[in-house]
Design a protein around this ligand. Structure first.
Ligand code: DGY
Length: 440
């Protein structure tokens, strides 16, 4: 890619960020997602910092201004009224001063804040803003281990698929069978008005999402009770790896800012988590798998959630195996990293998290692989991501076989990730020929 092609893509990405900017927070995309989403915002802040560092800090601060008193950071903050999204605040009924959802999302804030701090041009501003966020992010991490790891295993469970961010992954199918649908109040979906229903979760999955929501609501959103009361408790390796990486990053940042208590608490969480992750390794799949905490069994489902642990400081042999798995997938799909292994008969190239490629996940995996010295695999992911943008625009997600754009259009975090990829590899050859026999 030439220098002028690179600056053209960055200019287009900035346009997408600006059009979804609401002043103190960004929405993921117009129509489909009209509020502030937790992990979208934290990753988006990295793109905002490209042209406005103060605005990038504000993005994360706005999210944490709506942290619950117990430490949880909700997955949606409903800053404004909109009837374009279901389920809205009237369904969640969490009773917060500004309406929020009642579940959380991947804890990517610790990573994002450290990255903003490390790269800051204005170090004084960064130190002030990071110092104020440290105890809040630390409280969220503590909340996770207290409320989602009641047995002190070192790994946290999600209690709703939406918490993982990988809403309708094949990973959840078996555990979801335990979630009933009787008693779900009548509702009208809005997502299918904005995106092709064939690309979105099914109606049966939606009924179960809503059943869980109503069940938690019936327990007064009391986090001390929700984990044990949920028929859905899944230990997701990707979710845990993000929390572990964020804990390590928060520890380093706290150390640099002289907050030694926060540093040692987060270092201890990360060490315990890394040791516990071994239980999720599958030699047969060459990646990690989810664990169903209700049955105590690993879930035989090779999704990208099991490759995401490359983002954390897992043992070198595990990262090497994950790099090999990425290479194998690249020989199978035109574009990596598919959210599910195409060799699995349940793979679906177009339906939400059951096959498509997501650039945020690509970013975290390639970041970890590059850190561990697996530059070829990391570069392959970067190249695939940039090819998708060039060919299909700033989509929510992409078909890994054809590269077709899917889901919502002009997506904020996709734009932010493109800026990030181009920071790392501004002049990659285009297109990438001769690797895996594909011109993609
Ligand atoms: C949705 O509504 O599709 C979201 O992914 C839930 O957060």
């Amino acid at each position: 890619m030439t220098a002028s092609a690179t600056s053209d893509i960055i200019a287009r990405a900035v346009e997408v960020l600006k059009e979804n900017d609401q002043g103190a927070y960004t929405i993921p995309t117009k129509g489909l997602y009209p509020f502030q989403w937790n992990w979208d915002s934290c990753l988006t802040a990295l793109g905002l910092a490209h042209y406005d560092e103060a605005r990038a800090w504000t993005e994360i601060e706005t999210l944490f201004a709506h942290q619950w008193p117990d430490g949880m950071v909700p997955h949606i903050v409903f800053h404004v009224w909109s009837d374009g999204y279901f389920p809205g605040p009237e369904v969640w009924q969490t009773g917060r001063p500004t309406a929020t959802s009642g579940i959380t999302q991947p804890a990517v804030a610790g990573f994002a804040v450290r990255r903003l701090f490390d790269r800051a041009r204005d170090k004084k501003l960064a130190a002030e803003r990071a110092r104020a966020l440290l105890p809040k992010i630390d409280a969220w991490h503590r909340w996770f281990y207290e409320n989602r790891d009641p047995g002190g295993e070192g790994l946290v469970a999600i209690i709703h698929p939406w918490e993982s961010g990988r809403d309708n992954s094949i990973d959840w199918d078996d555990a979801f069978e335990r979630v009933p649908t009787e008693g779900v109040e009548p509702y009208t979906r809005r997502d299918t008005l904005h995106a092709d229903p064939a690309h979105r979760p099914t109606q049966q999955q939606y009924d179960r999402y809503i059943w869980l929501l109503q069940h938690f609501r019936g327990l007064g959103w009391d986090n001390a009770r929700l984990h044990d009361a949920s028929p859905f408790q899944v230990v997701d390796p990707g979710f845990n790896a993000i929390l572990i990486r964020a804990s390590t990053d928060l520890a380093d940042l706290a150390q640099a800012l002289g907050e030694t208590g926060i540093a040692s608490a987060n270092r201890a969480r990360a060490e315990k988590g890394l040791a516990a992750m071994e239980r999720l390794w599958s030699e047969a799949h060459g990646q990690y798998l989810c664990l169903d905490r209700v049955t105590g069994k690993l879930i035989d489902s090779a999704s990208v959630g099991g490759i995401l642990p490359a983002f954390a400081a897992i043992p070198g042999a595990r990262t090497a195996a994950l790099a090999a798995t990425v290479e194998r997938l690249a020989g199978r799909a035109g574009y990596v990293v598919p959210s599910h292994d195409p060799d699995d008969p349940r793979f679906d190239a177009k339906r939400y998290w059951r096959g498509p490629v997501w650039l945020v996940v690509n970013y975290m995996i390639s970041d970890g692989l590059a850190d561990a010295g697996h530059n070829d695999a990391a570069r392959r992911i970067t190249q695939s991501s940039l090819n998708l943008i060039r060919e299909s625009g700033f989509a929510e997600y992409y078909d890994p076989l054809t590269g077709d754009p899917l889901g919502g259009g002009r997506f904020t975090w996709t734009a932010a990730m493109v800026i990030e990829f181009l920071r790392e590899a501004p002049l990659l050859p285009s297109p990438l020929v001769g690797e895996g026999g594909s011109a993609r």
